[in-house]
Write a protein that binds this ligand. Structure first.
Ligand SMILES: NC(=O)C1=CN([C@@H]2O[C@H](COP(=O)(O)OP(=O)(O)OC[C@H]3O[C@@H](n4cnc5c(N)ncnc54)[C@H](OP(=O)(O)O)[C@@H]3O)[C@@H](O)[C@H]2O)C=CC1
Ligand SMILES: Cc1cn([C@H]2C[C@H](O)[C@@H](COP(=O)(O)OP(=O)(O)O[C@H]3O[C@@H](C)C(=O)[C@@H](O)[C@H]3O)O2)c(=O)[nH]c1=O
Length: 302
């Protein structure tokens, strides 16, 4: 199976590339400068040229705080480009997996969120990703919108990497303890994408296998407890760890508002596609080990 994926260096595309041989798929990543999602005219021709069996729309404007001051670009990349990719997929007759986020929810009172739950994004990033979902739905092609959350991996910018960077020169890290969600290992969401892609090809006319699905790591947590788990793993490998000071969101001001509880309910994907999300805690130490092993100079942070 040939899978075209948007983005070059992102977490998900990198995880898809890492797992490709093991999963028996070919990953063709499409990114800048050739495919720039702010230039919609670059999208269709590039997708047609690689003749994929399935398209995965993974690239996005993911800098949640920066998006607050750059809404035009965020909506262009996360909203307009998502629609353009769906139009190309429809024209080619190729199934599309569009990746979306828990940040489409306001996180106030609805968790764990089912796919049918009302959205209510509270940030530019969340609103632009919701615009992307709607743009894909409006095209009406054969698609799955896969919402996931709190991705961590040995690649790109993510919370685990940020915590390990902070730990290099601090005895104490202050982290919000009142925002809840489900961390997802990038390799697990990549494996889920490949399984969904296989089934979309095998069951092209099965409308149950279309629409919105939630997938995230098993085991909810909060950012402070997640940081603690990261540092527990770090201590296993290098013997030292900083202390996590649990703070309130109000004590850590950010440009963007985050949902206080965006846990996702994954029952539907389990029932429809027949696989369960693994527990993020089981695979976290391996990712921490990989990140500690890197020469991390200059690569941290978003
Ligand atoms: N990170 C997370 O915690 C979560 C992410 N998601 C969603 O999952 C998907 C994958 O996220 P993740 O892998 O973490 O993303 P990353 O932040 O790791 O990478 C973003 C990717 O988007 C690409 N990109 C950004 N702007 C453009 C542009 N103008 N033109 C072309 N490519 C562009 C980047 O390109 P380049 O390679 O050139 O830098 C990069 O490959 C996204 O849709 C995201 O919204 C959902 C929930 C959680
Ligand atoms: C670095 C740091 C962050 N925080 C807080 C800020 C924020 O509320 C929370 C998470 O921080 P981050 O900015 O790393 O995470 P954030 O970029 O909000 O992560 C989100 O990214 C997008 C792309 C998604 O789709 C979401 O699912 C989610 O993963 O932790 C601290 O409390 N202390 C710290 O030292």
């Amino acid at each position: 199976m040939r899978i075209a994926v948007t983005g070059q260096t992102g977490q998900l595309v990198s995880c898809l590339r890492e797992g490709a041989a093991q999963w028996g798929v070919e990953i063709m990543s499409l990114g800048r400068p050739a495919v720039d999602l702010t230039r919609l005219e670059t999208i269709g021709p590039a997708l047609i040229a690689v003749r994929p069996d399935v398209i995965v729309s993974a690239a996005a404007y993911t800098a949640v705080d920066r998006a607050e001051g750059d809404a035009v670009t965020a909506f262009r990349v996360n909203g307009d480009a998502a629609g353009e990719i769906a139009r190309a997929a429809k024209a080619m007759g190729v199934p599309l997996i569009h990746i979306s986020t828990d940040y489409v929810f306001d996180g106030i009172g609805g968790a764990p969120y089912a796919e049918t739950a009302e959205t209510g994004p509270v940030s530019v990033y969340g609103r632009s990703k919701r615009a992307g979902e709607k743009a894909v739905q409006a095209v009406g092609n054969n698609h799955v919108i896969l919402r996931t959350s709190w991705i961590f991996s040995a690649y790109g910018a993510n919370f685990v990497r940020t915590m390990l960077m902070l730990a290099r020169d601090r005895d104490e890290v202050r982290v919000v303890a009142d925002q809840h969600g489900c961390p997802t290992n990038g390799m697990d969401i990549a494996a889920a994408v490949v399984t969904v892609a296989h089934q979309m090809l095998e069951h092209r006319d099965d409308y149950d296998r279309r629409g919105i699905f939630h997938f995230c790591g098993a085991g909810a947590t909060d950012w402070a407890s997640f940081a603690d788990a990261v540092f527990d793993a770090q201590a296993e490998f290098i013997g030292v760890r900083p202390r996590v000071v649990r703070i309130a969101t109000t004590d850590y001001p950010t440009a963007a508002v985050r949902p206080p509880d965006s846990r996702l309910d994954t029952t539907l994907i389990e029932r429809t596609f027949g696989f369960r999300a693994p527990a993020w805690r089981d695979s976290l130490p391996d990712v921490v080990k990989q990140l500690l092993g890197e020469d991390m100079r200059g690569t941290y942070g978003r």
